[in-house]
Design a binder for this molecule. Structure first.
Ligand SMILES: *Cc1c(COP(=O)(O)O)cnc(C)c1O
Length: 402
C-alpha cells in the first residue's frame, strides 16, 4: 500500500466557488454585522443554542476577548489547565490577572478534583480546554463555577462538534471560544469565534475588537457601553470575510465529519484494544469526542524505548503522520510561565512555575503520540487503520521487556 498522508483541511469545489463569489462581490472587509459574518455567526450560534456569536481574527484573539469581556483585572486569579495549547492561557498576561494552573488527570484534561483546592477569594474564573477533542466533565465544572460564582470559559478549539452527555461542548460556559485556524476541524485558515448568552459579555467583546459601525449597530443606545462605540477598547480583531466563507462551507460538514471520525476512531480502538503497554483514548460512554486527534499513551517503563524513539519508529515503518507534540506542553515548562517578568515586569514574583510542578500533566505530555483520524469512510482508509494497528503492534512487540 502507498504511504498514506493525512491532509487537512478538505477544500472542496463548493468552498472554492463560494470564495470566488465573495471575492467577486468586492466585499473583502466587513465593518458591521452583515453578509457572511452575519450568516456564519447565526448558524454557529443556532447550532450551539447561544444568543450571541462573534467572529474574530484568530482563536487567540477570541480568548483574549473572552478574558477582557469577563473583566479580568490585575491580581484576579484564574484557574487554568496546566496542560493545554498555551494560547488558552497566555492572553491573561495582557490583563494583569494571575494564571493559577491546575494539573491534568490521566486523560490530559484538567483534573476536576483538584480545582476546588485552588479556589480563593481572588478567584474570578475557570478556563478549560477539551483537550485533543475529549470533552471535560462540564456538568461538574459548571456546578463548581455556580457554587463559587465564577465565570467559566470553554476553549473548544480541539472540540468542534464534541458532546458530553449529549450536550455540545461550548454550550455550557459563560463564554466559549473556538479557533478556526488551518489545522482545526472547522477552519477558515485563520480565524476564531466566541459564543455567549450574556449581553454584557457580548457588548464588551464587541468593543474589544470591533469598534465603530458594528458597535453602533449592535450596542443598545441606553447601555453605557454605547458611548464607547467609536473606539471600543482601541484594538482591532476582526475576521477576514474570505476566511469566514471557507469556515462557513466547512461548517456544513461538521456532523458528517464528527460521525465519520467517531466511526474511524472506534475502529482503530477495536484493532488496538488488546495491545499491552499502551493506553488508548478514554471511552466514557458519556463522551462523544471530536477526534481532533487520536492520542495513545505509551508505558515507557514497560517498553524499553523512549516515546520519542517509539514515535520515530512508527514514522519510519509507515505511519508518517505519527507525532509527539512539542509546543503543546504543560505550561510550567514554558519560559513565559517560569519567568514572565522579563516581558511583563508586573508579574515579578507572581508567576513562577517550574518543571515538576504538574507531574500528571508532564507524564501525559512525555508519553503521548498523536495519530490523525480522517473523515474518509472508504475501504482504503479502513485498510490504512489496519496497517497502523499492525505497525503499532509490531513496534510494541519489538520493545516489550517481557
Ligand atoms: C489553536 C488553538 C488556540 C489558538 O487558536 P489560533 O486560532 O491559532 O489563535 C487556542 N487554544 C487551543 C486549544 C488551540 O488548539
Amino acid at each position: 500500500m502507498k504511504k498514506y498522508k493525512y491532509v487537512w483541511p478538505h477544500i472542496d469545489k463548493k468552498t472554492k466557488e463560494a470564495v470566488i463569489k465573495q471575492l467577486s462581490s468586492g466585499e473583502i472587509s466587513i465593518y458591521d454585522r452583515s453578509g457572511i459574518f452575519k450568516s456564519f455567526e447565526n448558524i454557529f450560534a443556532k447550532t450551539y443554542g447561544k444568543k450571541y456569536a462573534l467572529l474574530t481574527s484568530s482563536g487567540t484573539a477570541a480568548l483574549h476577548t473572552a478574558m477582557v469581556a469577563c473583566n479580568f483585572q490585575p491580581n484576579d486569579e484564574i484557574i487554568c489547565p496546566a496542560y493545554t495549547f498555551f494560547a488558552t492561557v497566555t492572553p491573561i498576561f495582557q490583563t494583569g490577572a494571575i494564571p493559577i494552573l491546575c494539573d491534568a488527570n490521566e486523560d490530559g484534561n484538567i483534573d476536576i478534583n483538584k480545582i476546588e483546592k485552588l479556589i480563593t477569594k481572588k478567584t474570578k474564573a475557570i478556563i478549560i480546554t477539551h483537550m485533543w477533542g475529549q470533552p471535560c466533565q462540564i456538568d461538574k465544572i459548571k456546578k463548581i463555577c455556580q457554587h463559587y460564582k465564577l465565570k467559566l470559559i470553554e476553549d473548544c478549539s480541539h472540540a468542534h462538534g464534541a458532546r458530553y452527555k449529549n450536550k455540545l461542548v461550548g454550550s455550557v460556559g459563560d463564554v466559549s471560544v473556538f479557533s478556526l485556524q488551518g489545522q482545526k476541524i472547522i477552519t477558515g485558515g485563520e480565524g476564531g469565534i466566541l459564543l455567549t448568552d450574556d449581553q454584557e459579555i457580548y457588548y464588551r467583546s464587541l468593543l474589544f475588537g470591533h469598534y465603530n459601525k458594528r458597535c453602533k449597530q449592535e450596542i443598545d443606545k441606553k447601555s453605557p457601553y454605547h458611548e464607547y462605540s467609536t473606539t471600543g477598547f482601541g484594538l482591532k480583531l476582526r475576521a477576514h470575510p474570505l476566511a469566514m466563507v471557507i469556515a462557513n462551507e466547512q461548517f456544513k460538514n461538521l456532523s458528517k465529519w464528527n460521525k465519520a471520525k467517531s466511526k474511524n476512531a472506534s475502529y482503530l480502538s477495536s484493532l488496538l484494544q488488546d495491545c499491552k503497554h499502551i493506553k488508548l483514548p478514554h471511552t466514557d460512554p458519556n463522551n462523544k469526542p471530536s477526534w481532533y486527534t487520536y492520542v495513545i499513551k505509551i508505558d515507557s517503563n514497560k517498553l524499553k524505548v523512549t516515546t520519542e524513539e517509539f514515535c520515530n519508529i512508527l514514522i519510519k515503518r509507515g505511519i508518517v503522520d505519527a507525532d509527539k507534540p512539542g509546543s503543546t506542553c504543560p505550561l510550567n515548562l514554558l519560559k513565559l510561565f517560569q519567568k514572565p517578568e522579563f516581558l511583563f515586569p508586573q508579574y515579578k514574583n507572581l508567576v513562577k512555575y517550574k518543571k515538576g510542578d504538574f507531574p500528571i500533566a508532564e507524564n501525559f505530555f512525555n508519553n503521548i503520540i498523536k495519530l490523525p483520524i480522517d473523515v474518509d469512510q472508504g475501504k482504503y482508509y479502513k485498510n490504512v487503520l489496519k496497517k497502523y494497528s499492525e505497525i503499532i503492534k509490531k513496534t510494541i512487540k519489538d520493545f516489550s521487556s517481557e
